[in-house]
Write a protein that binds this ligand. Structure first.
Ligand SMILES: [Zn+2]
Length: 334
């Protein structure tokens, strides 16, 4: 699978509806436009087709810069146009475009390696990958390397920063090997607040002489994601928080309100028909269910205090990725 290459903003891209994006671009597209300086800003968009904020942000960026000289080179990757046209994370049978950034045997792995090889030959100032999530979360940046440059970059987006190393095959991880990179989580798809925040972040980095920390956020809190809460892929799930008779899992109706809040030991997050329907695994696949959960009369109780992120009520995402991530607060070691 090969990307299309373009050395200018594709005509009319800033005006179309997202459902027409595949008609316009006909597949994954890499755009490289020369600017005043050659240390390029790399933007990664629509790796997940239903996460529309990256597209809306890009339209705003094109409207601002189509007719003027760019402050520096701009490289834009537009990922899964087919899924984006259908409003899906990825199409059935397609790989998840944010789990392909490593050597592998799928056409999507090959595409990702070609993009990496192109980027490696450039002088990349920073790589920004823009995403949405499905639960209620603040805006935050995710980094995969704990050094000053990455922390400084993250300090410009939201008041929290998350550090993770799994999943390891995401875009920001692959790019972290040769440039400063970040994934930003800009809330739920399509909201004006997320589009505005991501546009302001991108435009600020685009115009920055050299990467410096945001003075308004000198000591950012950094959370380390180290485990995930998983549900059985065949489980029937509701959000009524009632004892399970027909369904297998019944979570709190507002379970996603707890993201980035401290959840204390003993808190009930729902009911399970059987404990086998829910588990906790760390980054290495080690089972931590008994550390984190205990089951009493069908209730799912927390056995440990922790901070979650990305708790979701989207059952598709829950089964494909997870119910939520488990984090600990950390002090940077550098
Ligand atoms: Zn995403």
């Amino acid at each position: 699978m090969k990307y299309k290459f373009c050395d200018h903003f594709p005509e009319n891209l800033e005006n179309i509806d997202i459902k027409d994006i595949h008609k316009l671009l006909d597949g994954p597209t890499l755009i490289h436009i020369r600017g005043r300086r050659d240390d390029a800003l790399y933007l990664s968009t629509l790796l997940h087709g239903n996460e529309t904020t990256s597209f809306l942000m890009l339209q705003r960026l094109i409207k601002k810069y189509r007719e003027v000289e760019l402050p520096r080179d701009l490289i834009i990757f537009i990922g899964n146009t087919e899924a984006a046209a259908c409003g899906m994370r990825h199409l059935p049978g397609q790989a998840d475009y944010n789990r392909i950034w490593e050597e592998g045997f799928t056409p999507e792995n090959e595409l990702a390696m070609d993009v990496i090889n192109y980027a490696k030959e450039q002088n990349i100032f920073a790589s920004l990958d823009i995403h949405n999530n499905t639960g209620k979360n603040p805006h935050y940046g995710c980094i995969n390397v704990l050094n000053e440059q990455f922390i400084d970059l993250a300090s410009h987006f939201g008041s929290h920063t998350v550090y993770f190393t799994e999943p390891h095959n995401v875009q920001s991880m692959a790019f972290s090997k040769f440039c400063t990179s970040i994934t930003i989580e800009s809330g739920k798809p399509g909201l004006e607040s997320g589009t505005r925040a991501s546009f302001e972040f991108v435009d600020k980095i685009f115009n920055m002489d050299k990467l410096e920390a945001n003075p308004a956020r000198e000591n950012p809190e950094i959370f380390h994601t180290f485990a995930r809460m998983l549900v059985d892929e065949n489980a029937n799930i509701d959000f009524e928080n009632t004892p399970c008779v027909k369904n297998d899992l019944s979570f709190l109706p507002d379970i996603d309100e707890n993201n980035f809040e401290v959840l204390t030991k003993g808190t009930q997050i729902g009911f399970a028909r059987d404990k086998s329907f829910i588990s906790v695994k760390d980054d290495f696949g080690k089972d931590l269910t008994d550390d984190f959960l205990k089951f009493e009369e069908g209730k799912i109780l927390l056995n440990r205090t922790f901070i979650p992120s990305m708790f979701t009520k989207d059952v598709f995402v829950m089964k494909e990725d997870c119910l939520g991530y488990i984090m600990e607060l950390m002090i940077p070691t550098t």
